[in-house]
Design a protein around this ligand. Structure first.
Ligand SMILES: O=C(O)/C=C(\C=C(/O)C(=O)O)C(=O)O
Length: 306
């Protein structure tokens, strides 16, 4: 285990444990990234961080090590709207990876077609201020309207305190919406408190809104250590993920978020993250929905495996 320190961020874990939890056949890692390699796919000049390189061979090796069958590779802000590394990985995957791209309003129709043919099925709108500068809502609405014609969805990444001001924009989008990392709840607040109640209202009132119950390592206050055996790792995040799985079992997804950019406190062992899954989906039926049926319906609808 352990990691090598580079620049000001932690390198991804170089020896992930083999999870105790056995992933069901066909399981999808529905949120992960490819970074560079910087020599071949330079990072965007406007980026707000520089990650360690993390290439497709390493991603696919992790997929096989953990027991996943497929990946959904999500464009990260360090590559901005240059989706070449993501496309390269999707094309190399033999149909086992789909992509979520970042595009600007200037993107040409034939570029969108090329992205679709490579396996892209969505675009990502990022509202986390430490990651991106502001983009006018009308530009995002224009992009959403164009990609809706391709059957794509919109992935959104925002912080919980920004949901009220973003509410009208999100609820105006004409596509399926997938929220990254549960909208980053403050898990020091009660799971039945007003802030998380607003997020649950968002999903309850808008059946087109899905959510990734991911990244306990980003919101936890208790950390990765499982206390005296029976307590779950990242135990303070469990109630938040669990209540979304219970209330919206057909609209949740899961992913490793490898290679875990911008983490400073610790670098999660991806095997430990997979062992988080049974804590939040206590039945095989719920695990099948979270890991196979839901991601297949969204990213491989043609396979009929949903
Ligand atoms: O990998 C994640 O999903 C989370 C982060 C980074 C990005 O999403 C990105 O750069 O696009 C983060 O919270 O720093």
């Amino acid at each position: 285990g352990g990691f090598t320190k580079t620049s000001d961020w932690l390198d991804w874990y170089d020896g992930p444990s083999r999870p105790n939890f056995k992933l069901p056949p066909g399981a999808v890692d529905a949120h992960c990234h490819i970074f560079g390699p910087g020599e071949q796919f330079p990072y965007a000049p406007e980026r707000k961080y520089t990650p360690c390189d993390a290439n497709k061979e390493q991603l696919f090796a992790l997929r096989d090590h953990l027991g996943f069958t497929r990946n959904v590779i999500v464009q990260a802000t360090c590559h901005s709207a240059d989706n070449r590394a993501l496309m390269d990985a999707c094309l190399a995957s033999n149909g086992r990876a789909r992509g979520v791209a970042t595009v600007r309003r200037t993107v040409a129709d034939d570029e969108l077609r090329e992205l679709h043919d490579a396996g892209v099925r969505g675009v990502r709108f990022n509202f986390v201020k430490r990651l991106v500068d502001f983009t006018p809502k009308e530009e995002l609405q224009e992009i959403a309207a164009r990609v809706a014609k391709l059957g794509w969805h919109v992935v959104i990444y925002f912080e919980a305190e920004d949901l009220p001001e973003l509410w009208d924009f999100f609820t105006s989008l004409p596509t399926t919406i997938v929220v990254d990392h549960m909208g980053r709840p403050d898990v020091s607040k009660p799971v039945d408190g007003p802030e998380f109640a607003l997020f649950r209202k968002f999903m309850r009132e808008h059946k087109n809104v899905w959510c990734k119950v991911t990244c306990p390592e980003r919101t936890t206050k208790t950390g990765p250590r499982a206390l005296n055996g029976e307590q779950a790792a990242y135990r303070d995040v469990v109630p938040f993920a669990r209540c979304l799985v219970d209330e919206f079992p057909d609209r949740v997804l899961w992913g490793t978020d490898w290679p875990h950019p911008n983490l400073k406190s610790h670098m999660p062992d991806d095997g430990l993250l997979v062992d988080f899954i049974p804590q939040i989906t206590p039945s095989a039926e719920l695990q099948q929905k979270l890991l196979v049926e839901n991601p297949m319906r969204l990213y491989w609808p043609e396979s009929g495996q949903n």
